[in-house]
Design a protein around this ligand. Sequence first.
Ligand code: NAD
Length: 250
Amino acid sequence: MGSLKNKVAIVTGAGQGIGAATAKRLAQEGAKVAVFDLEPGRETVQTIESINGEAIAVACDVSDVEQVDVAVEKVVSHFGRVDILVNNAGVIRDNLIFRMSPEDWDLVMNVHLRGSFLCTKAVQKHMVEQRFGKIINISSASAMGNRGQANYSAAKAGIQGLTKTLALELGPFNINVNSVAPGYVVTDMTKETSERVGLDFEEQQQLIAKNNPLRKVGKPEDIANVIAFLASEDSSYVNGQIIYVNGGAR
Ligand code: NAD
């Protein structure tokens, strides 16, 4: 505990799910956290304050360049710096290719890929100046292909390329860029997929767990723990890596 004391973190899509668990975990390590989401993530801020942490809620659509720039400057003027960025905001618009609309393609690409690009571009100038930074991009096991997710899978594969390229470009400035690729994690996002395929949410979880080597599904905290490691000095020689956190599923 306390490995991120005096550090400032931005977690996008931190109003719920994996982002909220990550914001809390980083705060437990002592980081001051900016909770970015479409609506201000007040619940996440309250959770962090209840454990004596420090956080602010910032409304920001990560796919909008002006909103991102204003939000990042708000964090820098409030906390004085930014050390950690977790590009986590996400949406799904699943469908088989013949039914997938160009709008659903664009939305998923814009939130995951353009959003990660815009947030990184806005924070990197501060990180380069201070010669320190940790950027963690959330990919997915779906990057390897998943039926009904052509848009999402392409965006998550794109995030892996973005991660590897940024690791090369920003590494010389003492900025580590890595990616976490979760498997199935119980959140509203997976609830939405169970509804789409007509499976009861509990039933879906049991099915996934049965086929997982560890015989269990992921929790948001499982992902947050690995993100906290990548945000800490314990991983200072880890750069450009994609870490699958999926119980060993193939
Ligand atoms: P979630 O739906 O519970 O949370 C996503 C959050 O992102 C929401 O709070 C939402 O409001 C926010 N968001 C959406 N669009 C946004 C935008 N334009 N700007 C800012 N915020 C926006 O989902 P989750 O399961 O917690 O997913 C978090 C991340 O993990 C996503 O990138 C997702 O693709 C990835 N992921 C999830 C799983 C899983 O099984 N749940 C698996 C692999 C990867």
